[in-house]
Design a protein around this ligand. Structure first.
Ligand code: 5MM
Length: 346
């Protein structure tokens, strides 16, 4: 049991209740400056504080966003920025009853003694969270990555990342912030679906063991895993149903039913693949103990960013495209996406 007061537990539960809503998911708009620069550079969009603010404003002011999105993960810079109407972005979201969240990890570092990565950012986290909460954040996110190759992920990387995710989650819960736990098994490589299944099983099993050890209240966490897929250079032919079955099977084997919601990352799948795979999970007849939805960055934003291109005259069109994409993801989160809908839907 977590060592947090009943007032804090109630606070955590009310945030979870507002987030884990059937038919709604999370928008991950928390790309660090390095990552958003890469995305902008690829489209020849200048990457400045103002262009990042403009882009995030475009996303967050998209009409009817609140019909499909229950929470947005922001990057620290955006948490403290304001809209053109001088409203802070967290406030703007709260006015739409969308819950603001914040990425709190400080990125990846080499795990000494290996060629693998761990995630930094635990030092001073408690104090940072208090500031983020004062600014409106109600949930947080920490991402660990696992790279599949012949000898990786190593047991050391799996243990270290699980330990750090659990320490982060415990610190979040102490401050009344709901932690998103994001263990991402990377899609890069030529590994098979089976190999991804086995790695994902070990990763998730270890994460939940460490969450238990660190007394994290499972009713008040959000799991953000990767789907179980073959590597992006594997030649295996796999259907959406195969991915859905493998993903659900690994989750059932490793994730306790006390966890209220699982919100997938898209992890470099195409936007349509991610949506179709999520949809297929809901067509699988198994009854699931968790809400099963999305927390996509690229799969929601890619078509919109491609349409915007950093130009004010493209803003409305980009918002329409973004709105369409979040609606498709929302339909997939209840198994109602139909093939071809993306080209028909207005
Ligand atoms: C894996 O990345 C997360 C989900 O995004 P995709 O749906 O595109 O896979 C995403 O939230 C990510 O953690 C943020 O974009 C921050 O990433 P960086 O690399 O900037 O820390």
């Amino acid at each position: 049991m977590a060592i947090v007061s009943s007032t804090v537990i109630n606070e955590l539960k009310s945030t979870i209740k507002a987030i884990a809503v059937s038919g709604k998911g999370l928008l991950a708009a928390d790309e660090s400056t390095g990552t958003i620069s890469k995305r902008f550079n690829a489209l020849n969009i200048a990457c400045t504080e103002e262009s990042r603010r403009n882009y995030r404003e475009l996303l967050l002011t998209t009409p009817s966003l609140e019909k499909y999105i229950s929470g947005v993960i922001l990057y620290e810079e955006t948490l403290y920025q304001k809209s053109t109407q001088d409203i802070s972005f967290p406030e703007l979201l709260m006015q739409k009853k969308i819950i603001p969240g914040i990425k709190v990890d400080k990125g990846l570092i080499q795990l000494p003694g290996t060629d693998e990565k761990s995630t930094q950012g635990l030092d001073g986290l408690f104090e940072r969270l208090k500031d983020y909460k004062a600014q409106g954040a109600r949930f947080a996110k920490w991402r660990a990555i696992y790279s599949i190759a012949k000898n990786t992920p190593s047991r050391l990387a799996i243990q270290t990342n699980a330990e750090d995710l659990a320490r982060y989650a415990a610190i979040c819960q102490e401050t009344g912030i709901v932690p998103i736990i994001e263990p991402e098994v990377l899609i890069d490589g030529d590994h098979t679906l089976d190999r991804c299944f086995n790695v994902s099983a070990e990763v998730l099993h270890t994460v939940f063991h460490k969450l238990y050890t660190h007394k994290v209240l499972l009713e008040c966490v959000i799991l953000k895993p990767s789907m179980v897929t073959p590597g992006n250079s594997c030649l295996q032919q796999i259907s959406h149903q195969d991915i859905a079955e493998a993903t659900i099977s690994v989750l059932k084997q490793t994730v306790p039913s006390a966890v209220p919601t699982i919100n997938f990352l898209s992890g470099g799948q195409s936007p349509l693949q991610a949506i179709q795979n999520l949809n297929a999970m809901h067509q699988n007849k198994t009854i699931l103990p968790w809400n099963l939805s999305f927390s996509f960055a690229r799969a929601l934003q890619e078509p919109c960013m491609n349409a915007w291109l950093g130009k004010a005259e493209n803003r409305n069109m980009a918002q329409e495209i973004f709105s369409k994409q979040v609606k498709l993801a929302s339909l997939a989160s209840v198994g109602k996406y139909e093939h071809g809908l993306e080209s028909k839907q207005k």
